[in-house]
Design a protein around this ligand. Structure first.
Ligand code: PFF
Length: 447
């Protein structure tokens, strides 16, 4: 059998995992979720989720992936021979398609805004015109589908270059660049008159604005943002080297991801308040509010272009990690060549993404519980697939997996101290399953 390739360096592997975690979830979704759920209060709940569930579940995915160097299905077969746990893989594959389906539509909008910014069309409008601009974009099936498909073409071009030359290289270049651009934006935003109000909104915990729904959103947001629950990090860590310190890597990924989310808030809210716009604009926040803000800044043309470029980078490194889940699965379980596995994955992704892109226009009368197809996919992805997946992963590693595998992976066969091991196991056994269980009770209306 051909030797399994992997990430060439530890830095490259971390860049890829951070690249997966940092994406639209941080820059597009986190600020608007914080905006509608009381700012600081949401952030506190969110950070608690990261500490008690995020880091432990990242580590459990790392343990499964790195100890077996295989995709989720054969990993579960190797770790629990003769048992049916591997069937869970199909839920992960389905989940990855649901995420990439709605996610790539937003990436398509990003390319449209990048294009409009390049043409200089994002300036000189009234707030109402910015709002109409976004409404007319989502109402146009050709533009929505066209940009989404173009984005996916970029995505699969990177995939075709493989793990080291494609994923690792793209992430290692784009991630530092992204941090740099983000910091420039934060400084720019903090220098605006009245920026303090935005910071206060973001960091002052107004618990009266946080509902049970908001708490649930914080959980879903943490799972989506950290890329956990659908075996993405199992797949990536299966390409990690045996001597990398998993605990340190997991904490680094979670910390950088949270930092980017908070910095995105620092970039957006001072500007939102300074220009007197509503912080509760929801999913349209970055599309309707930010262009209006850029045009009022000196050098607005440049800022708009840079911003949408930043979001484009961030989302591309996330979608490549999403598509690697089915690709690695098809290569290893169905013995396909990489190009063939890419072709099948691309086919399904194009189909699902097209349906999601059409759900604002041609298919907008298809609704379930008031949600169109796009909203349903978004909701199902983070509140069902990723949470269920997180529950399975936590219970599997916490209760079923041989404790020796956990110990070996966290200490690299006894060479590292593994001080966090008892904490991780405790969270996986009790905190994560109990919290997720309560979320499901809430979702089904039982509590
Ligand atoms: N973590 C990504 C984001 O915050 O945008 C989204 C994501 C990527 C979710 C990969 C799931 C995944 F497997």
């Amino acid at each position: 059998m051909a030797k399994r390739v992997g990430f060439a360096t530890r830095m490259g592997a971390i860049a890829a995992a951070v690249g997966s975690a940092v994406g639209l979830g941080n820059i597009w979704r986190f600020p608007y979720e914080a905006g509608v759920n009381g700012g600081g209060a949401f952030i506190i709940v969110y950070i608690c989720c990261i500490l008690v569930m995020g880091i432990p579940v990242i580590l459990s995915e790392f343990i499964i992936g790195r100890s077996t160097h295989s995709n989720m299905k054969s990993a579960l077969r190797k770790l629990s021979p003769g048992k049916k746990y591997y069937l869970f893989t199909y839920l992960c594959i389905l989940g990855s398609f649901v995420v990439i389906g709605f996610y790539s539509v937003v990436c398509g909008w990003i390319i449209e805004y990048l294009y409009q910014a390049a043409l200089g069309h994002l300036s000189g409008h009234t707030p109402q015109e910015y709002s109409d601009m976004f409404t007319s974009l989502v109402a146009n099936p050709w533009r929505c589908v066209g940009w989404t498909v173009l984005f996916l073409v970029f995505n699969f071009m990177v995939m075709s270059r493989g793990i080291e030359k494609g994923i690792e290289r793209v992430a290692s270049i784009m991630m530092p660049l992204l941090f740099l651009i983000l910091i420039v934006f934060c400084v720019k935003s903090l220098l605006l008159p009245g920026a303090g109000k935005g910071l206060r909104f973001l960091f002052y915990p107004d618990f009266s604005a946080l509902t049970m729904r908001g708490v649930l959103d914080a959980f879903g947001q943490a799972f989506l943002s950290l890329s956990i629950g659908i075996s993405c990090l199992v797949t990536y860590s299966s390409y990690f080297k045996d001597d990398s310190p998993l605990t340190k890597d997991a904490v680094t990924v979670a910390a950088l991801d949270t930092l980017v989310a908070i910095l995105s808030g620092v970039m957006i809210f001072p500007a939102v308040f300074s220009f007197g716009v509503e912080p509760t604009a929801g999913p349209r926040l970055i599309f309707e509010v930010l262009p209006g803000i850029f045009q009022q800044m000196t050098g607005g043309y440049f800022w708009a272009l840079l911003f949408f470029l930043l979001v484009f980078f961030a989302s591309l490194t996330s979608t490549i990690s999403l598509s690697e889940i089915p690709i690695t699965f098809l290569i290893e379980e169905h013995k396909m060549s990489r190009p063939r596995a890419i072709a099948w994955t691309a086919l399904f992704t194009f189909a699902l993404a097209t349906i999601a892109a059409l759900s604002f226009n041609v298919l907008d009368d298809i609704k379930l519980w008031g949600k169109n197809i796009f909203d349903m996919m978004d909701y199902a992805a983070s509140n069902i697939f990723m949470l269920l997946g997180g529950l399975f992963t936590a219970v599997y590693v916490g209760w079923i997996l041989d404790r020796k595998v956990i110990h070996d992976q966290l200490t690299n066969g006894g060479r590292l101290k593994g001080v966090l091991e008892p904490y991780i196991v405790f969270c996986l056994r009790y905190i994560a399953p109990i919290s997720i269980f309560f979320i499901f009770l809430y979702l089904t209306g039982i509590i």
